[in-house]
Design a protein around this ligand. Structure first.
Ligand code: RUB
Length: 312
């Protein structure tokens, strides 16, 4: 359990960040934990794995792709538990983990292609994309568009307080894409000044009403998109759908340590550090998903169609 707790710390500290990477790593960590368990009782093993799942869930509360993944692995194991030998449990956990990884990575590859289609083949004016934070799904679209020979530049925010925008900028520069980097508060100015043609962000969670949760600042950016008449798209695998929201349970917004903002603040200062915020469906022109591009209010129907086992 100590090793699992150390692994979990890598997620909560943001060493591993972004919904997709958090999900892939959490599933790996649970599978690794299963390989290390030396218990001679199926029910006890399952109990331990559920405890491990809860530790991983607690690392980032606003991450349904991770929750869906860990639930997928354990639900499948529970279904087969009676039929398999105790010695087969570790390899079964690994098999279900690999299946979920594949579902997520295949979705991302499809989204990269679909999203890249949204870019013009040849824009003589120069196509400008605006993005916020670091989304591996957004960068996959941008790199795919670049590989297809499309001509565009990217304007991105630094994303306080953890500066994930630098990761985005470095990855895009490495791929040969022109990047212009601005502070978060220059968001409105930059969308207007650089005449952005499209705003593209990732997602951490999608609710039953088609609300998207993404890095703090995303709704501000959506409001900027309205003011400047720039289409606002969210690139996201449907595995980020939170099935609990269909039953009236509200998505949680993770509040992070205030040290990230100010390590030694003056006494009596109240600091708040929300990691995410909601973007209501009325501000979203489309979700770019593995099932295609559609209004965010349709997310539930597609999730149900593509992943019926995950609807609970
Ligand atoms: C990252 C963030 C990303 C989404 C999507 O926040 O908001 O836009 O997680 O990422 P944090 P991806 O840095 O707090 O994890 O597209 O890679 O799933």
């Amino acid at each position: 359990m100590d090793k699992l707790k150390k692994d979990a710390e890598r997620i909560s500290s943001l060493e591993i960040q972004g919904a997709t990477d958090v999900c892939l790593s959490a599933c790996d960590f649970l599978s690794d934990y299963a390989q290390r368990l030396e218990i001679d009782d199926k029910k006890k093993i399952l109990k331990k794995l559920h405890k491990g799942k809860d530790i991983l869930f607690a690392t980032r509360p606003t991450e349904p792709a991770m929750k869906n993944g860990l639930n997928y692995i354990l639900k499948k194991l529970e279904k087969e538990l009676e039929l398999i030998a105790i010695s087969e449990i570790p390899s079964k956990v690994q098999q279900f983990k690999d299946e979920y990884h594949k579902m997520l990575l295949d979705s991302k590859a499809k989204i990269a292609k679909i999203g890249a289609n949204r870019f013009p083949d040849d824009d003589p004016e120069g196509f400008t994309v605006f993005t916020h934070c670091h989304s591996s799904v957004v960068t996959a679209i941008l790199i795919e568009a670049k590989n297809q020979g499309k001509n565009f530049r990217v304007v991105n925010t630094e994303t306080q307080p953890k500066l994930q925008g630098r990761k985005t900028a470095k990855e895009l520069l490495d791929a040969g894409i022109k990047v212009i980097h601005v502070v978060d508060s220059a968001m409105r100015w930059a969308v207007n000044h650089f005449e952005a043609d499209i705003i593209l962000v990732g997602a951490d969670s999608i609710t039953s009403e088609g609300t998207v949760l993404n890095k703090i600042g995303s709704r501000l950016l959506a409001l900027v998109s309205r003011e400047n008449h720039v289409p606002f798209y969210v690139a996201t695998p449907l595995l980020k759908y939170n099935p609990e929201t269909s039953f009236g349970i509200l998505e949680i917004i993770e509040m992070r340590d205030t040290n990230e903002i100010w390590e030694e603040p003056p006494k009596n200062l109240e600091i708040v550090n929300p990691a995410f915020e909601t973007v209501s469906r009325r501000y979203i022109d489309g979700l770019i998903t593995e099932a295609g591009i559609f209004p965010s209010a349709h997310a539930y129907l597609w999730f149900q169609k593509l992943y019926p086992d995950l609807v609970s």
